[in-house]
Design a protein around this ligand. Structure first.
Ligand SMILES: Cc1cc2nc3c(=O)[nH]c(=O)nc-3n(C[C@H](O)[C@H](O)[C@H](O)COP(=O)(O)O)c2cc1C
Length: 176
């Protein structure tokens, strides 16, 4: 499979990134092609709601920023992994900008090969995931119709723990 991981954490060695790297190791080892995009290093603006993509643009976005690189990967991806720290009960703002820009990529239909989705989340406190899970279910399972491959979380002392990284590595390795 071609797997696109969108990492919404700005911290290069933070908990989210450590889980992403463990997942990448497992999935790559199982023969999958994994592209990890650290979205915080990219220049990606929020959606302008100009409707160009839904009208004249026929699914292309009018904004020519680093999102163009993600659109290319999205067209090829069989699976997407959304990874983020929890900021104020939701996904990071940088990742939210990327998700809003799916507005053009999901029109007139979802990316052609995309079938599966998973989520990786890190937070300070427990039970902080309702906002992220609302987006996961509403936008990715229901709206895009993707298969739920699982949600992996770490909070507090779990952040950076070997147990969490092992879980992500095994998950990546288990993908068919
Ligand atoms: C702007 C900001 C907002 C945050 N909001 C929350 C929150 O609402 N709930 C929570 O449990 N942790 C919150 N945190 C803590 C992070 O989710 C936590 O430190 C996480 O492990 C960071 O992941 P990272 O190491 O990948 O950056 C917040 C941190 C920042 C910087």
């Amino acid at each position: 499979m071609k797997i696109l991981v969108l990492n919404g954490s700005p911290r290069p060695n933070g908990s989210t990134k450590q889980m992403v790297t463990a997942f990448e190791e497992g999935a790559t080892g199982a023969g999958h092609k994994v592209d990890v995009i650290d979205v915080c290093k990219k220049r990606i603006s929020g959606c302008l709601a100009c409707e160009y993509c839904h009208m004249k643009g026929h699914g292309t976005c009018v904004q020519k920023d680093d999102m163009q690189e993600i659109y290319v990967l999205l067209k090829e991806a069989d699976m997407i992994v959304l990874a983020s720290p929890i900021y104020y009960h939701g996904l990071s703002g940088q990742l939210k900008c990327v998700i809003d820009r799916f507005y053009s990529a999901a029109y007139p239909q979802k990316p052609p090969h995309l079938k599966k989705v998973a989520m990786i989340l890190s937070s300070g406190d427990a039970n902080m995931y309702d906002g992220a899970l609302f987006s996961f279910k509403g936008d990715f399972l229901d709206y895009l119709g993707l298969e739920d491959m699982g949600v992996f979380t770490a909070h507090g002392m779990e952040n950076g723990a070997e147990k969490q990284k092992d879980e992500l590595k095994k998950f990546g390795a288990s993908l068919k």
